[in-house]
Write a protein that binds this ligand. Structure first.
Ligand code: NAP
Ligand code: MG
Length: 492
């Protein structure tokens, strides 16, 4: 044996696995207990009730949070009404803009802290909260700050006026981003806000409240009432709320629509989705694979616009699926605070149970399941990235929103067939198309019944671009100039 061979022999085999690269949580201070943020202060709930929010990756409790009862919601709405009448509603747009610009800059300054907090409370990978959620939150505030003094130019010849008090209810999948989508346009247009964050992810809204307070926002302009569904219901049904903005499930959206029928409240509903992601045989295959992975495994598939139904042209179906399976096997599932993690924790035990149930239904209905062989952490809520082949249009996994890392794959032969299958859903939020033909992209976009159609990319967001649904995905648009309309009167 030569010397070189001897040296090689004595070395342990190289380990090519990723070394852990955990983001420190030192930057975040979580209090043991949070009150309700009303009229510029954290207050004990009149209800005297609290609930615990946990870290879904470890199941460890993070903090106790107040559960707002009817009287608490009433107090918050009264604070918002006074702030609207005393200061905010009549404040010149250019003055309101200063507050919003300051909030935007402070979000940027504290982005790392907020990203870590978001990941701890909700389970999403730190690389997403750090590189997607937080930059978009700041961008949203900057964007609407820019509109605050230009409303007459946004709607020339009209006299746009605020509505009054906005009651806003948001889900747990993008807690701070959903807050930004709702709060930034509401405040920019001169409304005041009472916000109800989701039960499992209340912390970033509470920290944001203290940030807004530090930014000098007048008391009562922004209020947070934490709690569960009942708190949300009390808020949207409060008689002194002028505008209801809801993002969440179609089922709850329908309840809200019913309860508000006959009232004068202005409503926008951003609801569920079951997006079609259509891959033509002339698409750049490797890029399309990345687009599909991003489309369904981003944020564990807890995304209203997730590309959860994949339609692959028949001539490339088998090759595409084989490549996709290989790619799935390289996804790193685990600790959301690790910077290498691709797929984090499922947000709650309830959501995990729903995903597990629907996946079981997929098996029973006869679709073929594939899951990579990754090792899942022992504590916390986890689900392997999953795909189903042999899915037919009538399967529940092709019809119902799973809201998890589960992809249902079908095939098509012609563009007409792709459209027919893609539109065969009660939802209409988003869609994706991959092809190298520009004319085909336009042809498809014209026919897909979806609020957003991405071409040769997926899950791209920008505050200047309106977002919203058709059919059971709701109505109204958030983002862009359209997003102002939901918070103004005086515009036909
Ligand atoms: P959800 O159960 O409808 O809850 C959404 C929010 O409404 C939560 O804050 C919830 O409180 C509250 N709520 C529950 N019952 C209520 C009631 N009767 N009245 C008023 N508020 C009530 O939805 P989710 O499971 O949290 O979120 C997932 C859904 O949101 C999915 O369907 C997804 O597609 C949709 N989504 C849509 C968009 C969009 O832009 N279109 C964006 C993100 C998510 P609790 O948290 O305490 O239950
Ligand atoms: Mg939590």
């Amino acid at each position: 044996m030569t010397k070189a061979e001897l040296v090689r022999e004595s070395r342990p085999p190289l380990d090519w696995k990723y070394a852990p690269s955990r983001e420190s949580t030192d930057i975040v201070t979580v209090d043991q207990r949070y009150g309700l943020f009303i009229d510029g202060e954290f207050r004990r709930p009149i209800s005297k009730k609290y609930f615990t929010t946990i870290n879904p990756a470890t199941e460890e409790p993070l903090a106790e949070v107040a559960e707002a009862g009817e009287k608490d919601v009433d107090r918050a709405v009264k604070a918002a009404r006074s702030a609207y009448e005393d200061s905010w509603g009549a404040m010149p747009g250019k003055e309101r803009a200063k507050y919003l610009f300051r909030v935007a800059r402070m979000v940027q300054e504290r982005a790392r802290e907020l990203a870590v907090l978001e990941t701890m409370d909700g389970g999403k990978p730190i690389k997403e909260s750090r590189d997607v959620d937080l930059p978009l939150v700041a961008a949203h505030f900057f964007y609407y700050a820019g509109w605050a003094d230009k409303l007459e130019y946004a709607f020339p010849g009209l006299d746009p006026q605020p509505l009054g008090v906005a009651g806003q209810v948001i889900p747990w999948n993008f807690p701070l981003m959903m807050l930004a989508w709702k709060v930034a346009p509401a405040l920019a247009t001169g409304n005041t806000v009472v916000l109800k964050p989701a039960e499992t992810t209340p912390l970033s809204a509470l920290i944001f409240a203290s940030l807004a307070d530090e930014a000098g926002l007048p008391p009562g302009v922004f209020n947070v009432v934490t709690g569960a569904g009942a708190t949300g219901s009390n808020l949207v049904n409060h008689p002194d709320v002028d505008k209801v903005a809801f993002t969440g499930s179609t089922a709850v959206g329908k309840l809200i629509r019913n309860s508000l029928a006959g009232t004068n409240k202005k409503v926008t509903l951003e609801l569920g989705g079951k997006a079609a992601h259509v891959i033509f045989d002339d698409a750049p295959m490797d890029q399309a694979i990345e687009g599909v992975v991003n489309g369904i495994f981003f944020n564990q598939g807890h995304v209203c616009c997730a590309g959860s139904r994949l339609f692959v042209q028949e001539s490339i179906h088998d090759k595409f699926v084989e490549k996709l399976k290989r790619r799935l096997s390289t996804l790193r599932v685990g600790d959301p605070l690790d910077k290498n993690t691709d797929v984090g924790a499922i947000n709650s035990a309830e959501q995990l149970a729903r995903i597990t149930e629907l996946v079981e239904v997929g098996r029973v209905e006869g679709a073929e399941i594939f899951q990579p062989d990754c090792v899942l952490p022992r504590n916390g809520f986890w689900f392997r990235p999953t795909l189903f082949t042999g899915v037919s249009q009538s399967h529940r996994i092709a019809q119902e929103e799973i809201f998890g890392p589960v992809l249902s794959i079908m095939s098509f032969r012609t563009p007409d067939e792709a459209i027919e299958k893609a539109n065969n859903t009660p939802y209409g939020l988003s869609a994706g198309v991959w092809t190298s033909k520009g004319s085909r992209i336009l042809w498809m976009a014209d026919r897909l019944q979806a609020g957003v159609v991405w071409a040769n990319t997926y899950n791209k967001f920008d505050p200047a671009s309106p977002f919203g649904g058709f059919k059971e995905s709701g109505f109204g648009r958030e983002g862009g100039r359209h997003g102002l309309l939901a918070y103004l009167k005086g515009i036909a």
